[in-house]
Design a protein around this ligand. Sequence first.
Ligand code: SF4
Length: 182
Amino acid sequence: MRHLTPAQAAELRDAVAHAAKVEALAPRLMAVYRAFQHELDQRKPRCEQSGKCCRFDEYGHLLFVTTAELAVFRESLVAEERAGGNESPDKPQGRLALLAAGEVGRTANPGGACRYQSRNLCTVHSIRPFGCRVFFCDTTAAGWQETQYQRFHAQIKLLHEELGIQYLYVEWRQGLMAIESL
Ligand code: SF4
């Protein structure tokens, strides 16, 4: 996997910080996620909850996210931690710590797993990015997934244009590492 250069990471950080200030972004992005959920409810691809798809190196696939998705994910995570009383500006705890502290789950997770996977389950299920929502290892749904990915990713990409957000498209773990210091 090609790593972001320091300059690319800095560019992403700036773009995510800018996107986080765009108030219309979160509701617009969540509306896209909901529209996709409607499609998902119709098709119902099979999920065996093996957790393999979140262990990227083991499974042999990568997940990509956009600037807007990283911004909304981070803001949602911070909001959830605050609501749960887990957030402290000096000593972040809980799931926010995974983002802020950086070293947790960065490289040591078995199979190159996402830092938010725990016991084969996603600990950020409600705020996970689109790539996580659309991917299933159900081979009968491969064509459907590709079609949905193209369709809804186009909508997410358009959001960047409409809201004046720089569109960047990066690997999930790389993106998380880049925004750790925000
Ligand atoms: S955010 Fe959740 S669903 Fe997405 S890769 Fe991480 S653990 Fe898996």
